[in-house]
Design a binder for this molecule. Sequence first.
Ligand SMILES: [Zn+2]
Length: 453
Amino acid sequence: MIENLHRTATYHPQISEVVIHDFYLTELELQCIRGHPRFKVSSSEGALGLPVWMNDQFRPFLLWHGSAGFQQIDNCEFLSGGEELDYPRIERHIFQIHITSHSILPRVASTILFMGTCSMKNIVDLPKFDLHVHLDGSMRLDTVLELTEALPPRVRSALPSDLESALIPPKRCTLEEYLQAFSITVAVLQTQEALARAAYELCADAAAENVIYMEIRFAPLLHLREGLKPCQVVEAVLSGMRRAEEEFPIRTGLILCGMKQASETEAITTAELAAEYAHAGVVGFDLAGPERGFPPSIHSEAVKIAKQAGVHVTIHAGEGCCPEHIREAIELGAERIGHGVYLYQDPATERLVAERGIPLEACPTSNLQISGVMNSYSEHPLKRYIDLGIPVTINTDNRLMSQITVTHELAAVIDAFLLSEEEVKTLLLNSAVAAFAPPAVKEKLRAAVHAVF
Ligand SMILES: [Zn+2]
């Protein structure tokens, strides 16, 4: 039901024309069309191409979102598709759009950056990484809806009545709205079958967009409500990941999250679990959950246990507040920082992060959605961090709630900051280097990036 963002484009500056091909519609865009079939555009940060129903036919529109809001880019025509379409059949049609107007090309270049790249390299085809992706935030919508049908009535009745809108909160939302979505996915992830399926499907979706390495994270102790033991939870997820690794060209690792708001004992149990599975697919330990009032140092013992067992540590810090937690996380021994959006508010720690080259796991759309410090991708401090030489990595966080893919996130960042090919390569290499994988695997990941640039 939800289409991943499948947009590819090539930009030929020498012939002053742009061809966008394989232009799918996302479900969100479809909803916009359905709501206003006569004349409606979908909104997005950056730029967006959309066939618009007007004068009894679909017209190709490319829209560019600049400081003046949406502007139509005209003089573009369908190469194929469009004209002969009728409304109900639009869902799976592939469009090709051909733009020839010279005057708009600078703008179109920016548009194309959102949809592909201007350097002939296609973002979908690039070898990509996702080091920060939550299992319970990245299920397929259809799978969640299907699994809710099978829930015991007592559980089902406690969920919001409009599941779909609860699962996909608004583009700017409160943390409460955002967390409500997780109450649904966590409710359906209480059996080994569901956990294995969610992990498998996430890997399959990532592999489909050429993610070659992914570290999935989740909090195992949230999945014990129907009687599973923590080890069964972890094994189920690992089995789904392994099955996907056999079928698709993707390597994966699992990160177990202790919840900051939970007791010290629970975080310690999770760290011990990570230690137990350290040689069976678990590569990391994380502290996640609300930040305000829950500094990472509460769980220093859990972090120590993980580190002593040779498990890598990353900690969510400075995502929606509390820049001081970033320093704390580093002092606890975090090798990477989850988000770190607020790092710029603590200059001394920012210098430290740059000096030590501590990777940041940026999740642009998720950060835009809930961090509260930016109104567009271009206001994301990640560019500042890139310029300071901090190894920034680009990740999804929650594919379902944010309706995104790694391809989308990279495209959004490239478009917002007009990143050069070299900068894109650096972002990808940062992920290869920051991966919690054995050195031999990391070397292969690096080589895969070098091979395409
Ligand atoms: Zn996260």
